[in-house]
Design a protein around this ligand. Structure first.
Ligand SMILES: Nc1ncnc2c1ncn2[C@@H]1O[C@H](COP(=O)(O)OP(=O)(O)OP(=O)(O)O)[C@@H](O)[C@H]1O
Length: 258
């Protein structure tokens, strides 16, 4: 039985500047998509990088009961995939090929014959099957972001860390990507943490929220419990309302600065 992700007393500093102080989070369970919310500079990316051991940290992070920070680099690379906010410069490789390469990496790498239909399926479900033969370095910003997501998904991690994966996407693709992330997270029983700035996307498309502020958590739990007029004022400094639409879904409306 997979025990999900637990974060206990996680601290990160850049030089002498402390960014996260003893952050402890209740366990996201396998199959859950977790929104990481919070103001600019609050430490969301730092949290994801610390979970992937890309920045030095202190504390205990466990995935399926195993200490992530103590894993060998190879073991961790198989289990934990981090998709950065700023994608690395693109190489002159075709999109399809780049996803095959990502899927072949590590011990879990599948044979090309097995991987080809998997890659095709991911491209289709992201709505970019027509870009398979395009070169990565000739894509638009949003297309690159979708190709990066396909490279992350094909690696089939246990913990998927996505840093603002919607930032360059149009409305159609934002919806499509969040629906796919949720479906894949449930189907594979992985845990997905996704940094978002759009509170309504967090309300509608995620199972749990971690609200990061002042080096710790200003709230954690179900989106409708964490996203409240009080927390919006306290954490973001805005005056907001939550209203239920005719379909029964909650949405946030911001009226003014608090
Ligand atoms: N490599 C670094 N060296 C020094 N300080 C850093 C470094 N990376 C980030 N910081 C600082 O750490 C703090 C948290 O940054 P982080 O990128 O984690 O914030 P964030 O919540 O993801 O912000 P945003 O929403 O603006 O992307 C910021 O004050 C930032 O200036």
């Amino acid at each position: 039985m997979n025990a999900g992700l637990t974060i206990q007393d996680l601290s990160v500093a850049y030089g002498r500047r402390r960014i996260l102080h003893s952050l402890t989070a209740e366990a996201p369970m396998p199959g859950e998509v977790v929104a990481v919310l919070g103001p600019n500079g609050s430490g969301k990316s730092t949290l994801l990088k610390a979970l992937a051991a890309l920045v030095p940290s202190r504390g205990d992070v466990r995935l399926d009961g195993r200490a992530v920070l103590a894993m060998s680099r190879e073991d961790r690379a198989r289990r934990v995939v981090y998709l950065p906010q700023a994608l690395p410069p693109s190489v002159h490789l075709r999109v399809f090929e780049s996803i095959l390469v990502a899927g072949n990496a590590g011990e879990r790498g599948l044979a090309q014959k097995t991987l080809t239909p998997v890659v095709q399926g991911i491209l289709e479900r992201l709505g970019i099957a027509h870009l398979g033969m395009a070169f990565l370095d000739e894509l638009s910003g949003g297309q690159k972001q979708l190709a990066g997501l396909a490279q992350a998904l094909v690696r089939d991690p246990e913990l998927l860390l996505l840093d603002e994966p919607l930032s360059a996407l149009d409305l159609h693709h934002q919806f499509q990507v969040m629906a796919l992330i949720r479906e894949e997270t449930r189907r594979r029983g992985m845990v997905t943490l996704v940094v978002l700035h759009d509170i309504n996307i967090a309300l509608h498309h995620t199972d749990r929220v971690l609200l990061v502020a002042d080096g710790g958590l200003a709230g954690a739990g179900r989106p409708e419990d964490v996203i409240t007029p009080e927390s919006l004022a306290r954490v973001y400094g805005v005056r907001g309302r939550l209203e239920r639409c005719s379909r029964g879904r909650l949405s946030v409306h911001i009226d003014a600065l608090a």
